[in-house]
Design a protein around this ligand. Structure first.
Ligand SMILES: N[C@@H](CCC(=O)N[C@@H](CS)C(=O)NCC(=O)O)C(=O)O
Length: 199
């Protein structure tokens, strides 16, 4: 397995974290997004979705989208629930992560901590920040009642949401006001085989 990967990317970190927890060895191929290495015609020709993480399997098949990769590698392990409702709940949180959580928290972090706020997007930054806090409120309410996102235990849904939640302070988000999220993040970090985002 080859993982095309950018260190600070939370989407890439999700895949590195699950592969580490599963003990799957892989070849890490760094793609420097700051240098535009995912925007070259060669990269786009090889990887039509044009983004990392992307994986090249041993038979040459290419597979992208962080949460699809979590499901691909996690299938058949305790990290993907098998019971129908728990499985659907895991998918629910993973789709929510991509549509609501990541576009707010990850983009605010990327602009504030890595790339700078693009010209003319100052108002959009504040809108995304407000949406990020709303997403954190949703997680806090859920995690105040639950140990993990789905009832069956630590799963790929927790990995998907941990990635950009735990680095949200880099984007200026204040997490101290979210005690249930804080306790959940501590539990995630205690899971066997856990690795930090920069390895
Ligand atoms: N929905 C995708 C998003 C992937 C994505 O946006 N990746 C970013 C880095 S986090 C990227 O490759 N951007 C291309 C670029 O900046 O040129 C996923 O979950 O994997």
């Amino acid at each position: 397995v080859k993982l095309y990967d950018y260190g600070p990317s939370g989407n890439c970190y999700k895949v590195r974290l699950l592969l580490a927890q599963l003990g799957i060895t892989y070849q890490r191929v760094p793609v420097d997004l700051k240098k535009g290495e995912a925007r070259t015609p060669e990269f786009k020709g090889r990887f039509p979705l044009g983004r990392v993480p992307v994986v090249e399997l041993d038979d040459g098949t290419v597979l992208a989208e962080s949460n699809a990769l979590l499901l691909h590698f996690g299938e058949g392990t305790p990290y993907v629930p098998t019971e129908r409702l728990a499985r659907s709940e895991a998918f629910q949180w993973m789709f929510w992560e991509q549509y609501i959580h990541e576009p707010a928290l990850a983009v605010v972090r990327a602009w504030r901590a890595y790339y700078g706020v693009p010209a003319g997007k100052e108002a959009e930054l504040l809108e995304r920040e407000a949406k990020g806090y709303a997403a954190l409120d949703t997680m806090e309410q859920h995690l105040a009642k639950r140990t993990w996102l789905t009832g069956t235990g630590y799963s790929v849904a927790d990995i998907a949401l941990y990635a950009y939640t735990h680095v949200a302070p880099e984007g200026g988000f204040e997490l101290k006001r979210y005690p249930a999220i804080g306790r959940w993040m501590a539990r995630v970090a205690e899971q066997p085989g856990h690795i930090p985002i920069t390895v």
